[in-house]
Design a protein around this ligand. Structure first.
Ligand SMILES: Cc1ncc(COP(=O)(O)O)c(C=O)c1O
Length: 397
């Protein structure tokens, strides 16, 4: 058998994730593997938990990375908090709300789904109506940054409403964390999950989660066992919640992905060095520059301005343009990845991500130049020069 090492082609990642990984993170991944019960590793884990608390703006002791991708973070929240028969209100305005519903059903819960249009934020009034119509609901679940559409929902208001009706809350922050203002404690979020591969500039495969004391009390007082052994927090905590960095109190649950955790630690150190608020500002500033350039190319963003995410820009595909052919040309000629639309937006939008290390001026200029050139080649008039100067004038400020 003829085999050789895999060498990935060089790419600039400006789709819905993963985003470009910072070289400091890739360097951290390559450090020597040590035992996952080694005291030195335990000390790193403690630091990592503190860094996650900083990024999520929470003091929750139960804040840790799940050893699996964002979807496992989602499942961790649902399998631990939903018991058979529990009624859960799911706010759905895109792909990931749909997955939350699926999680509720698979946990034996009853999902009450409130739907909003794809490309719009969740309407708080619809949630309030549903809470009034279902006084027996126990949980409300919503997505902060809906990656499938680029819409940002008002999580603070949704959580407030849920609490007024005595419901716990589960929030998806996979794309939000690091890119959009997010305040776990100030907003009173009960359970939240995120992902490593988006605005944290890290590789895919880890899912930070955080549970409030109230949410944890629900987990520890369940009348039925959590049906997932791997994600049962009652068991996972034996490993992640040892009291210190090396007293031997941690117990084996699974073999932690040691090097992947070095990478997340490094990514979070970089976030702390930049400052979480400065990271939100960078994502916003770069979004404005990309937007100015896209508009100068004659393209439109589909999400209304007040509901737009800075880190995920859904752009309407102009009439007569083959959206898949444009993406293929960008990849083949410019090594540039942008995303396709999903579900209701399939074939109608491109999704341009500006997440984490991908949210940089040079990426914006590459994307505008490449997109303008490909559109022109395909017979769609676009003023690339105007797009570049529109973006540059904002980046120069
Ligand atoms: C909002 C949202 N939730 C959940 C997920 C699932 O994360 P993962 O693909 O890492 O499992 C994603 C991934 O793109 C996402 O964007």
């Amino acid at each position: 058998m003829q085999v050789s090492s895999f060498q990935p082609p060089p790419r600039t990642l400006m789709g819905p994730g993963p985003a470009d990984v910072h070289p400091r993170v890739t360097a951290a991944l390559a450090r020597p593997t040590i035992g996952h019960l080694d005291p030195a590793f335990g000390a790193m884990m403690e630091e990592l938990k503190g860094l996650l608390r900083y990024a999520l703006r929470t003091d929750n002791p139960l804040t840790m990375p799940v050893s699996a991708p964002g979807s496992a973070g989602m499942e961790t929240c649902f399998v631990n908090l939903v018991e058979p028969g529990d009624k859960v209100i799911v706010c759905s305005n895109g792909v990931f709300g749909g997955r939350m519903r699926e999680n509720v059903v698979r946990c034996g819960g009853e999902a009450v789904v409130i739907e909003d249009d794809w490309g719009r934020a969740v309407d708080p009034q619809k949630l309030e109506d549903a809470l009034k119509a279902h006084p027996d609901a126990k949980l409300v679940a919503c997505v902060h940054a809906e990656t499938s559409t680029g819409a940002c929902s008002d999580v603070k208001t949704l959580v407030e409403l849920a609490h007024r009706h005595d419901c716990l809350t589960i929030v998806d922050a996979v794309t939000a964390l690091g890119g959009s203002p997010l305040e776990v404690d100030a907003w009173g979020i009960d359970a939240i999950y995120a992902g490593s591969q988006k605005c944290l500039s890290c590789t895919p495969g880890l899912a930070p989660v955080s549970f409030s004391e109230r949410a944890l009390a629900k987990v520890t007082s369940r009348s039925t066992p959590v049906q997932s052994w791997f994600l049962d927090l009652n068991l996972v905590l034996g490993y992640w919640q040892g009291n210190d960095g090396g007293s031997g109190k941690r117990s084996y649950h699974h073999t932690a992905p040691v090097n992947a955790l070095y990478g997340l630690h490094e990514a979070l150190v970089m976030l702390a060095e930049e400052g979480i608020e400065q990271s939100w500002e960078r994502h916003h500033r770069n979004h404005l520059a990309l937007r100015a350039g896209l508009e100068a190319l004659g393209l439109e963003l589909v999400v209304p301005e007040a509901e737009r995410l800075p880190q995920l820009n859904a752009v309407a595909v102009p009439g007569g343009v083959d959206e898949a052919a444009v993406r293929a040309r960008l990849l083949a000629t410019y090594d540039l990845e942008i995303g396709a639309g999903l579900g209701a937006l399939a074939g109608k939008v491109w999704r341009i991500g500006l997440m984490g290390y991908s949210s940089r001026p040079e990426n914006i200029l590459l994307c505008l130049g490449a997109l303008g050139s490909v559109l022109n080649d395909m017979g769609h008039q676009a003023d690339t020069g105007a797009a570049l100067s529109a973006a540059q004038s904002l980046l120069a400020r």
